[in-house]
Design a protein around this ligand. Structure first.
Ligand SMILES: Nc1ncnc2c1ncn2[C@@H]1O[C@H](COP(=O)(O)OP(=O)(O)OP(=O)(O)O)[C@@H](O)[C@H]1O
Length: 576
């Protein structure tokens, strides 16, 4: 920053100097041996003096070009560094925000801040800051030349400056809310487009293309309107400044000329002053554009800082679990709901002793996934507590809580990369043998080896698309590779074929044998062998016990079981 400011200062000085040399040249031609140059260089001949001025001029131009190059590089480098730092810092902050924060905000809007708003700031730092500094030094340097010449002329030449400054401040006030609206509209466009791209198959399946184009047209139109409003105001600024400049220029021209005629001012100096007035006032017209850039950048900066200032509600605790984690889970008197919504869990109690495999079943929307969410501390309960090995999860650091849990969510996310990278996501240093073993345990090895490049097959965004069941099994392998004390599994669907069903059962039996497991199940058959099954209804545990106990009890579970086995039989008959 200091170097960049210094380079721009030197550049401005070199920029103003040619006008002074022009005056000196005119002075030589008019006054000859009495000239200013003659006393400066001690050269008698006029031509000799002119050559000296020409050489000086070349030197000044070289300096001007060199400092321009240096300044451009430094400012650009600075703005790129600021942009880079802001982007990384903002992303880091966004990433640490709560899951519920992300659920409540459109990813496209966050994306527009991290990309567009940060770019906007970079544009201002790259161009605007340099122009402002350049203008500032020009006013100072030119002011010094004027002040050394005549106070009357200084007064006239600088007459427009306060008007311009006053006008600039007024314009800033007018433009501020307009650019705020522009940035918000831009965020809306990003949010809409990215949401639509995410739901493209749905749009096509329901032939809603036209409607969606209209929607994008709508938000884009609002963006254009917001910009049009801002442009209408900001465009009036430059002509206004020009009028003020015209007044200053005309006054210097007339009064300066009159001073020369009166013999109170050298003709060389008069030439300098007329050019200098131009030099002084024209950059001020750029101020309009720079101000525009500045206001846009400020609107963006506010959005960037607002995002950077967001703090998650959930902060990790300081505690780590002593000794090897055994994996006992206990949810006590839980009352929980989302945002301002009603309670989803109402007085839930549930214990999973270390090493056991428990299942949660219940109707859709009963709150099964919400229980897992609390275990991973993606949310905190409104009342009650969740404990891991007897320690409240709110007391634990993220690493000692999430670090010991292997989680397979309902909708599995695969990163763009190879299957191997995806399985090793939780343990990037795992060996190939470990990755293969995890895949085998998850019953994923067979289909992985059947793909074209095996473990090197690229999946995720822009990669091979896997079926829901295959994704789940990769996610299971990913969780197993971490060798977690606790396995938390959210079963995706109830509809898989018999072969997959058997494979899943086999792998579950294997991977849950030596660790605590909590499984949300839609297919009751997959959790038949669980040590205990918790049946949820309306946010409470209504039944609990082993499969046989629950079937014998003839309650909700036995009803669900009858339905599912009945459906299975009907399915079998159909396939016969
Ligand atoms: N992120 C969320 N924000 C707001 N409400 C939510 C959220 N997730 C779930 N809910 C609500 O909480 C309730 C319980 O949802 P949950 O996903 O826990 O049920 P579930 O038993 O796992 O259902 P399913 O069997 O369909 O997966 C539902 O009424 C749902 O509308």
């Amino acid at each position: 920053m200091v170097a960049a400011v210094a380079a721009t200062t030197a550049n401005t000085a070199a920029d103003v100097a040619p006008e002074l040399l022009l005056g000196v040249a005119v002075d030589i031609v008019v006054r000859g041996s009495d000239s200013f140059a003659s006393s400066l260089f001690g050269i008698e001949s006029r031509f000799g003096q002119l050559v000296a001025v020409a050489i000086l001029n070349v030197i000044v131009w070289v300096i001007e070009s060199a400092t321009d190059y240096v300044a451009a590089r430094l400012w650009r480098g600075l703005s790129q560094s600021v942009e880079h730092d802001l982007r990384v810092e903002t992303y880091a902050n966004v990433q640490q925000l709560d899951v519920s924060w992300h659920e409540g905000s459109a990813p496209g809007r966050v994306l527009s801040v991290i990309s567009e708003d940060i770019n906007q700031l970079e544009r201002f730092l790259d161009v605007g800051a340099r122009v402002i500094l350049h203008t500032f030094w020009t006013v100072i340097f030119v002011g010094a030349v004027f002040a050394a010449t005549s106070w009357q002329l200084t007064l006239l030449a600088f007459l427009p400056v306060p008007i311009i400054v006053w006008g600039s401040i007024r314009f800033q006030r007018v433009l501020e809310p307009l650019y705020k609206a522009v940035r918000e509209a831009a965020g809306e466009v990003s949010a809409t487009v990215s949401a639509n791209l995410g739901g493209l198959t749905t749009i096509k399946a329901f032939t809603a293309e036209e409607r969606e184009i209209e929607r994008v047209r709508g938000v884009s139109d609002a963006y254009r309107e917001a910009n049009r409003d801002a442009i209408r105001r900001s465009a009036a600024f430059v002509p206004l400044i020009r009028m003020a400049i015209l007044a200053g220029f005309t006054s210097t021209l007339l009064l300066g000329g009159w001073f020369v005629l009166e013999g109170r001012l050298e003709i060389g100096l008069y030439t300098v002053l007329v050019f200098m007035t131009q030099r002084l006032l024209w950059p001020l017209t750029d101020l309009g554009e720079t101000l525009d850039l500045y206001q846009r950048a400020m609107a963006s900066t506010r959005r960037i800082f607002a995002l950077m200032g967001e703090r998650g509600q959930q902060q990790p605790g300081p505690a780590t679990l002593p000794g090897p984690v055994r994996g006992r889970l206990e949810l006590r008197d839980i009352r929980f709901g989302y945002a301002d919504g009603p309670d989803v869990l109402r007085g839930l109690n549930l214990v999973v002793p270390a090493g056991e495999t428990h299942a949660i079943v219940g109707a859709t929307g009963a709150g099964k996934s919400s229980v897992l969410r609390l275990v991973l501390r993606f949310s905190d309960p409104r009342e009650g507590s969740v404990e891991l090995d007897g320690v409240d999860v709110r007391e634990l650091t993220w690493d000692s809580l999430r670090g010991v849990i292997g989680y397979v969510s309902q909708d599995v996310f695969l990163f763009h990369g190879t299957i191997r990278d995806n399985i090793a996501y939780g343990r990037p240093d795992a060996t190939d043998a470990e990755v293969h073993e995890a895949a085998r345990l998850a019953e994923a090895a067979r289909f992985i080896e059947a793909t074209a490049d095996g473990y090197d097959t690229v999946v995720g965004e822009r990669g091979l698309t896997l079926s829901g069941g295959q994704r789940q099994r990769i996610a299971l392998a990913r969780a197993i590779l971490r060798d977690p004390a606790v396995l938390v599994l959210d079963e995706a669907t109830s509809a898989v074929d018999n072969e997959t069903e058997a494979a899943i059962q086999r792998s579950l039996a294997r991977v849950t044998s030596d660790r605590t497991a909590l499984i949300v199940a839609h297919r009751l058959s997959t959790v038949r062998d669980a040590d205990r099954i918790w049946v949820l209804a309306e946010g409470r545990v209504v039944e609990a016990g082993t499969h046989d106990e629950l079937v014998a009890a003839g309650g909700l579970y036995s009803g669900l079981w009858a339905v599912q086995t009945g459906m299975a039989q009907a399915g079998d008959r159909l396939s016969d």
